[in-house]
Write a protein that binds this ligand. Structure first.
Ligand SMILES: Nc1ncnc2c1ncn2[C@@H]1O[C@H](COP(=O)(O)OP(=O)(O)OP(=O)(O)O)[C@@H](O)[C@H]1O
Length: 248
């Protein structure tokens, strides 16, 4: 065991002659929280697309598992999701007409059809698991409300909860703090920190105040490669990082 759960090594992707990812290497441990920052077009989304199987790299490996024995390159998105990689996109995608409880139950049963849940009678242990999860994501009091009535921040937590219900080993989260109030950002940071105690969590984020709140190692992407890595203070003192952010 070498301490990594995911190891991306020397991965490249070219779109119409443009190298969006250029010999990128990245690794994360099994219970680690990591923030990825970088200017627009640095390759952050493409990186997540590669890990989740949406985009196939032209070269390189994406090794996965506690012994890093599986190469995810060439596996389809559904298989990668089943292998334990969950992804949260920027916009919440919850079932607005269903309650918080029904949304979480659906995810807990790993059944994406709202109709199936309608005709399914949950067992007592499923109800207890969903209630525990609702409390974990700060929505215990909203459990009977329809998801469509929640605030933007609460919808984001609900979706994080739906992903946690499936117990992924790695959770990829795209700009969770966007559009949130300060209070919601604080709670989101706490939720992600808590989640990373039992799994790996990668957060792509532009909001530096939020990244500071996460208090984790930061990886800076630039032009499809890793430019710097370390604490937020360490990377923001790095001259290359300063130049990139100032556009020099
Ligand atoms: N399907 C595609 N076809 C062509 N070019 C693409 C495609 N996907 C991404 N790109 C290009 O690859 C580069 C990296 O894009 P990517 O979206 O990964 O960056 P990013 O770091 O996520 O940026 P942002 O912070 O703006 O979301 C960009 O120049 C983008 O225009």
């Amino acid at each position: 065991m070498n301490g990594s759960l995911l190891e991306v090594s020397a991965v490249s992707v070219t779109f119409d002659g443009f190298k969006a990812i250029n010999r990128l290497s990245f690794s994360i441990g099994p219970t680690e929280l990591r923030a990825i920052i970088g200017p627009n077009g640095a390759g952050k989304t493409t990186f997540m697309d590669i890990v989740t199987g949406k985009t196939r790299p032209d070269e390189g490996q994406v090794l996965w598992g506690e012994e890093l024995t599986r190469n995810l390159v060439g596996m389809d998105e559904a298989r990668i999701a089943r292998a334990g990689i969950g992804r949260k996109f920027q916009r919440p995608t919850v079932f607005e007409d269903q309650t918080v409880f029904a949304n979480l139950l659906m995810a807990h049963k790993n059944n994406r059809s709202p109709l199936a849940v309608l005709f399914y009678k949950p067992k007592r242990q499923d109800i207890a698991a969903v209630e525990t999860l609702a409390a974990r994501i700060g929505l215990a009091e909203q459990i009977r409300r329809k998801a469509g009535e929640l605030s933007h921040g609460q919808k984001q937590w609900l979706e994080i909860g739906m992903l946690l219900a499936q117990d992924p080993k790695l959770l990829l989260v795209d700009e969770p703090a966007a559009g949130m109030t300060l209070g919601e950002r604080e709670r989101t940071a706490d939720l992600l920190k808590e989640a990373a105690k039992t799994r790996a969590v990668v957060v792509v984020e532009h909001d530096m105040e939020f990244v500071r709140r996460l208090g984790c190692k930061v990886t800076v992407f630039h032009e499809g490669s890793m430019l710097a890595e370390g604490s937020l203070d360490h990377v923001t003192r790095n001259q290359d990082v300063i130049d990139v952010y100032l556009g020099r």
